[in-house]
Design a protein around this ligand. Structure first.
Ligand code: SF4
Length: 299
């Protein structure tokens, strides 16, 4: 629970605040940029929510925070919706895509995503991409949406409570063999660099670089949704897709080659583990990624 005596001075006055336990993960301002903003080292409340809808949004940021660094009066907190997450991001021919909230400290607040597919069970059913913090309210909502048929772990950093989710739903996990030690017991290991189709609409593409076993997942054949883990993310200030040398833990030259492999995709949504998500108009992706590659190569 956030402590008012640890309230950061960067917050605007009012009932919502961020305290000194903030780990600067970005979850709150990526979810609710109207009210939360980065300071460079932490988050802060930049504007107090007004009215029912805005307060609901800020309360969901409080719920999503992996370290309970967001505070609000108890009479507001007790109205935090139990069914706010997963939250719909986009409807796609290959399945409805949701943001799971409930970020985990163990994955430094990484985003996780749920693809809800018609068909219910088997590998054609719903797929969780990376793991949120274990949460019974979230598990109940996912059960109402048809449960989980598979869990994809994009790389070693964002596995969080994968074992708990896998056990609860009896869902097999997929991770690349090079990062498999981060998810002992994972039922399926992706080997090498060839794409693997989990079903007709969801393909895993190994993209080594950030870690040796980094993978992205691609939903659909056209106007695709790219679940990019920590391989790529959107930087709203510069308006660019970022591949980060600073946050490359394994091999930067390999990561740049892995970025090149995604040039021919037709991405409509970029949904990363860390960093902002972004929607692209038709045809924008290739130009954006070409710019990313130019910057990555020092151009
Ligand atoms: S979600 Fe929590 S830890 Fe992450 S930036 Fe916001 S206040 Fe800080």
């Amino acid at each position: 629970m956030a402590r008012s005596d640890q309230r950061l001075s960067a917050n605007v006055a009012g009932p919502f605040f961020v305290d000194a336990s903030c780990i600067d993960c970005g979850t709150c301002w990526q979810w609710d940029p109207e009210h939360f903003a980065p300071t460079g080292t932490t988050s802060r409340v930049q504007r107090q929510p007004q009215g029912e809808e805005e307060i609901r949004c800020a309360l969901l940021a409080l719920q999503a925070c992996p370290v309970a660094a967001i505070g609000a009066p108890p009479e507001l907190v007790r109205h935090t919706p139990a069914d706010g997450f997963p939250a719909l991001i986009t409807r796609h021919d290959g399945g409805d895509v949701y943001y799971c909230g409930w970020a985990s400290r163990r994955s430094f607040g990484a985003s996780s995503w749920l693809v809800v597919r018609p068909g219910g069970h088997g590998i054609s059913g719903n797929v969780l991409i990376d793991s949120p913090r274990w949460s019974l309210p979230l598990a109940r909502r996912i059960a109402e949406l048809g449960g989980l048929a598979a869990i994809v772990l994009s790389h070693r950093d964002d596995v969080a409570d994968h074992a708990r989710w896998a056990e609860h739903f009896g869902a097999p996990r997929w991770i690349h063999a090079a990062d498999a030690d981060a998810a002992p017991g994972a039922e399926h290991l992706v080997e090498g660099r060839e794409p693997v189709a989990l079903n007709p609409d969801l393909t895993l593409i190994p993209t080594p670089g950030h870690t040796a076993g980094s993978m992205v997942a691609v939903l659909g054949q056209r106007a695709q949704v790219l679940f990019s883990g920590d391989h790529l993310w959107w930087q709203p200030v510069q308006g660019e897709v970022v591949a980060s040398r600073r946050y490359c833990w394994w091999n930067w030259e390999e990561q740049v080659r892995s970025v090149e492999r995604l040039l021919d995709l037709d991405v409509a949504w970029l949904l990363p583990g860390h960093g902002d998500r972004h929607a692209f108009a038709h045809g924008e992706w290739r130009a954006a990624l070409t710019r990313t590659l130019s910057l990555a190569k020092g151009g």
